[in-house]
Ligand binder design. Structure first.
Ligand SMILES: Cc1cc2nc3c(=O)[nH]c(=O)nc-3n(C[C@H](O)[C@H](O)[C@H](O)COP(=O)(O)O)c2cc1C
Length: 317
């Protein structure tokens, strides 16, 4: 069974990657995931400067999912450089994706330019966090035209492949993906958290999160993530990092059949710790054996009807 996966000419030993945000930017924690079965890792989104984020409590589980309002806390990109170098040494066979954010377009472009020089294999543009207020108001990925503008500006300064991370909180995610594709994206990551949502403490009679609302992830959003990946697969020719509710092997196979080449794994780490990666890849391997597949890439897009051919999609939009 061959689980080797190529995305943007980058080779991953299997299709799982740590989703952005779960283990910060710490090189040793991310490398630990890779050494325990993850194919690669995405670092937490970095901005130019250190960010405080929201006050605790910032993350809660509820039956079926996770809700968070961390608020993209963390150090600034310059002081995080050594973590990428450390990862490279500890997990040389597992690609690293550097995630970038910015309060405005100028900051995004500057952070992208810096990240491009770091030892990362590709960049992920986080245009889709639902619980931070940028100067642009709503997340960029909630507007196809802002997505086009920001992708284009970053493409101009970045040589490495870029994946645009999209939000499910839009009426037509395929349209947003097309705007990213037409402006230089090499891949799409979908989806970021849904919502925002809310959990209330009935005794305190108040929302539990200090920020009151937060992005929803985990099993609860899997059907939405599958539908988004399906729509992006039909709207663009770009490879997709399918993220959202991939907790077990069955979820991973569904996600690939919807159209994902790689699988972003986030909430599963909360439930199964690092063991989630081997659990998922073991199940994929068993399924391939039972169903007679040799290469994992054969699963990608299988849920689309026979005869549907992405290569025949029109080039210009
Ligand atoms: C605590 C937490 C922090 C996150 N931080 C980031 C982040 O820094 N950048 C980003 O693009 N997504 C972030 N996400 C979103 C995840 O990368 C992922 O898109 C989402 O959780 C859906 O995947 P899942 O259901 O496997 O968790 C975060 C999610 C959680 C729960």
């Amino acid at each position: 069974m061959n689980l080797n996966t190529q995305l943007c000419n980058i080779g991953f030993p299997n299709p799982t990657v740590v989703a952005s945000g779960y283990l910060g930017v710490t090189g040793s924690s991310l490398a630990n995931c890779a050494n325990k079965g993850a194919g690669g890792a995405t670092a937490k989104t970095l901005f130019m400067d250190e960010r405080q984020g929201h006050a605790n409590p910032t993350i809660l589980t509820f039956p079926g999912g996770v809700i968070n309002a961390v608020g993209l806390s963390g150090e600034g990109i310059i002081s995080a450089k050594h973590e990428f170098e450390k990862y490279r040494k500890l997990a040389p066979e597992n690609p690293m994706i550097g995630s970038i954010g910015g309060r405005n377009l100028d900051e995004l472009v500057e952070v992208a330019r810096i990240m491009d020089e770091y030892p990362v294999d590709m960049l992920e543009l986080n245009f889709s966090c639902p619980n931070v207020d940028g100067e642009m108001g709503k997340p960029i990925a909630c507007d196809p035209f802002l997505t086009a503008q920001a992708t284009k500006a970053i493409r101009k300064v970045v040589k490495k492949p870029i994946s645009v991370k999209l939000s499910p909180n839009v009426p037509d995610i395929g349209l947003v993906a097309k705007h990213a594709e037409a402006n230089g994206a090499d891949a799409i990551t979908a989806i970021n958290t849904m919502g925002p949502g809310m959990v209330i403490d009935i005794h305190m009679r108040r929302p539990i999160l200090t920020n009151k609302v937060g992005g929803v992830s985990g099993h609860a959003i899997k059907p939405i993530a599958l539908r988004c990946v399906w729509e992006i697969y039909r709207a663009t020719k770009l490879p997709i990092i399918g993220t959202g509710g991939v907790i077990k092997g069955q979820d991973a196979i569904e996600m690939m059949m919807a159209g994902a080449t790689l699988l972003g794994i986030g909430s599963a780490i909360l439930y199964y710790d690092m063991a989630c990666f081997d659990k998922i890849t073991d199940k994929i391997r068993d399924f391939m054996k039972e169903e007679g597949f040799d290469n994992v890439s054969e699963l990608v897009g299988l849920a689309h009807e026979e005869g549907f051919d992405r290569d025949k999609l029109p080039k210009e939009y």
